[in-house]
Design a protein around this ligand. Structure first.
Ligand code: SF4
Length: 445
């Protein structure tokens, strides 16, 4: 009902609650007169990313709560590669009738895609080239790799298939931690794999590490980070350990008195601050909460697409996607069947393993853009009409006054202080849905 009563776009400002008008005023005063007004996004279909989920691992690491399965699958392996090709073909030709897809990035994630046969990369990439409208000449094509899988032969084969970037999960340069996490490599083995990978993918390697680990002191993390920076290539993803419910690590922390304790909140804050300072001192810039790059060219294209709210197609068991199925500016989430064997069987029977599609409301799209946009260090959040509707302008102004946010030409972004607590900033700046409805009712009566 309210939707039908909405005025045409040009008059929407009259309906915005006062708090949002405060935001609009603040933006107006911080936008240079020559800057174009923030424009509504997605009025064309920009290039997309494609995510392919390979769900197998040799075993489950103790901290992991992803959708992963033992490799090789028990019993006769299903004709998996063929299922990926079928689902990709369907996604690129039939899922959105009439849509022609331009691809800017492909990401092989998991699980452990470095365990997959070469046929998987060869055939899926060939299918993308065959069915996409265009694949950008400089498209980023990334494989997530475990150090223990990396051999010179595999590296050359990936490159021959068109892969041009590796994301290697090292996680720690400390063997006691690697044992606690039940990683299947030592620090030395991981470093050897990184050196090998640099020979084939120079300047195109990202390394993943986890900090805030049980028993880790601030000093130990600072020392480890300096060692990491000594071996790093162009990109680092430095994640704080997330304790996922139901994982073996969490159970062990709750029951095993011999396990070292987790760092305190103050220590975690110091570790984050040290991460930002030490990476900067080694000429890495932070461009997202957990992402650091040596140059702008080293920044991750595929992941930046998520943070900027771009579309992505998800293919494979349990893969998620987010596409404009109902036209520019809209978003539908897509969810594939989780179990690899059930997914593959469905792909063979009906050409795809879609479990469900969920239409995102305009509000949900805008809220997701706030959640993601405030993680971006340089660009921050672009505040256009849709985003302004879900922001509490007074809360944003307060966050600016308190030093957690700052204005940009096109919106707001977290300050360094705000980035450290971005998960607490986001809920404070989002306007409650109830308030929005009350305001609209008042205006429309
Ligand atoms: S390798 Fe990665 S996906 Fe596989 S179990 Fe370990 S953390 Fe999870």
């Amino acid at each position: 009902m309210l939707q039908r009563l909405r005025p045409p776009r040009a008059a929407t400002g009259a309906l915005l609650p006062s708090s949002t008008r405060v935001l609009a005023r603040s933006l107006a005063t911080t936008t240079t007169p020559t800057s174009p007004a923030p424009k509504s996004r997605n009025d064309t279909n920009p290039p997309v990313g494609i995510y392919l989920h390979f769900p197998y691992c040799t075993h489950r690491c103790t901290y992991c709560a992803f959708n992963v399965y033992a490799h090789p699958p028990a019993g006769a392996p299903p004709p998996l590669v063929e299922a990926y090709v079928k689902e990709l073909t369907h996604a690129l030709t039939e899922e959105v009738p009439g849509r022609r897809w331009d691809v800017r990035s492909v990401y092989f994630g998991g699980g452990t895609p470095s365990l997959a046969p070469q046929e998987f990369f060869e055939r899926t990439l060939a299918s993308i080239h065959q069915h996409a409208n265009a694949v950008a000449a400089d498209a980023e094509i990334t494989v997530e790799a475990n150090p223990s899988d990396i051999t010179l032969d595999k590296l050359h084969a990936w490159r021959a298939h068109g892969v041009n970037r590796l994301s290697i999960g090292v996680q720690a340069l400390d063997d006691a931690t690697l044992r606690l996490f039940e990683r299947d490599h030592t620090a030395q083995q991981a470093l050897r794999a990184v050196e090998l990978a640099k020979k084939v993918f120079p300047d195109r390697i990202s390394l993943d590490f986890i900090w805030g680990r049980p028993g880790q002191s601030v000093r130990a993390w600072k020392n480890e980070l300096r060692r990491i920076l000594g071996v790093a290539d162009g990109h680092l993803s430095l994640y704080q350990l997330t304790l996922e419910r139901g994982t073996r690590l969490v159970r062990a922390l709750n029951t095993d008195d011999d396990l070292p304790a987790m760092p305190s909140d103050d220590e975690l804050a110091d570790m984050y601050e040290a991460t930002v300072q030490i990476t900067a001192a080694h000429d890495f810039h932070q461009y997202e909460v957990s992402s650091f790059a040596r140059t702008r060219a080293n920044e991750a294209v595929h992941n930046s697409g998520y943070w900027r709210g771009h579309e992505y197609i998800g293919v494979g068991p349990g893969a998620h996607g987010c596409i404009a199925r109902r036209g520019p500016g809209t978003r539908d989430k897509t969810y594939r069947i989780m179990s690899p064997s059930a997914w593959a069987a469905t792909c063979h029977a009906s050409g795809h393993g879609m479990l469900k599609r969920a239409k995102m409301t305009r509000r949900a799209v805008a809220e997701e853009r706030v959640v993601m946009g405030l993680r971006m260090v340089r660009d921050g959040l672009v505040v256009d009409e849709e985003v302004a509707e879900v922001l509490d302008g007074e809360a944003v102004e307060k966050m600016v006054r308190d030093g957690f946010l700052e204005w940009t030409e096109r919106g707001v972004r977290c300050t360094r202080r705000g980035l450290a607590v971005v998960d607490a900033v986001v809920p404070r700046v989002l306007r409650a849905e109830k308030e929005e409805e009350e305001v609209r009712e008042r205006v429309l009566q």
